[in-house]
Write a protein that binds this ligand. Sequence first.
Ligand SMILES: Nc1ncnc2c1ncn2[C@@H]1O[C@H](COP(=O)(O)OP(=O)(O)OP(=O)(O)O)[C@@H](O)[C@H]1O
Length: 286
Amino acid sequence: MTPVLETTGLGVRYGRTWALRDCSLAVPRGRVAALVGPNGAGKTTLMHTAVGLLKPSAGQVTVRGEVAFVAQDKPLYDGFTVAEMLTFGRRMNPRWDDEAARGRLAGLGIPLERRVGRLSGGQQAQVALTLALARHPGLLVLDEPLANLDPLARHDVMRAVMAEVAAHELTVLLSSHVVSDLEDTCDWLIVLNGGRAQVSGDIEDLLDGHRVLTGPAELAEGVAARTRVVAAGGSGRQTTLLVRDRPVLDPRWSARRPGLDELVMAYLRSPGSAALPGPARQGVGA
Ligand SMILES: Nc1ncnc2c1ncn2[C@@H]1O[C@H](COP(=O)(O)OP(=O)(O)OP(=O)(O)O)[C@@H](O)[C@H]1O
């Protein structure tokens, strides 16, 4: 399927610092993609480049359709009322869906006459999301939409995003540091590390395609010779390996499917490993 967001060999630099380098990834239509990675990995830079706020220094970024962006520091004007923000949105966007926006805000109990600066953090996040959704974008880009929100507000924001994905043909890219927030809602995973895409793929396929092996340390070398080890851990006589594929093993090993958090952590600990589509990129350095 044609991706809604695609980068090929994308490089972005600030002065002499490359924030993204040779970054290639794709998000297919209708997917909710989690963008994860450590501080400084290039997540915000990737999002800013996808929405046109930054220009590539190398390579390409392609977005098919309209894009709406909710920034980390929500660009809401504190002195404006919610109603004024709606008026502003309507004037600026020909595809604006005022009825849907007002319906959402009413459903959330957010008063239109309230100044934005007087709303709670969770309400401000919901207003920013409402303004983005009212434009009926093809791609919605959310930079840490759940930061600073309490668990209930986090749940509400994710539920709102999922409802929109179900109702319209929406593709979402959202960044977060909390992988457990993403487990129930995202179906695509992008791991950025040091400005490069380390993982890009369907979450179920990725989890199915990896195994956590536990077994005697002296057998670890033999496994490593036959399969691609992403990360190794454990202590003393027991070794734990996160491997790609589902190797046929000595019965002294136990094998299970990894959790999303485990998979992400294994790749982040092992920057030389990669799980990317395309034969040339599979298992780089693993
Ligand atoms: N305006 C800027 N000028 C110079 N360097 C920058 C600028 N913005 C970001 N960088 C650098 O680019 C790299 C990527 O930063 P970016 O903000 O994209 O990472 P991030 O993954 O979003 O991080 P975080 O999780 O901390 O928000 C970092 O090394 C950062 O120091």
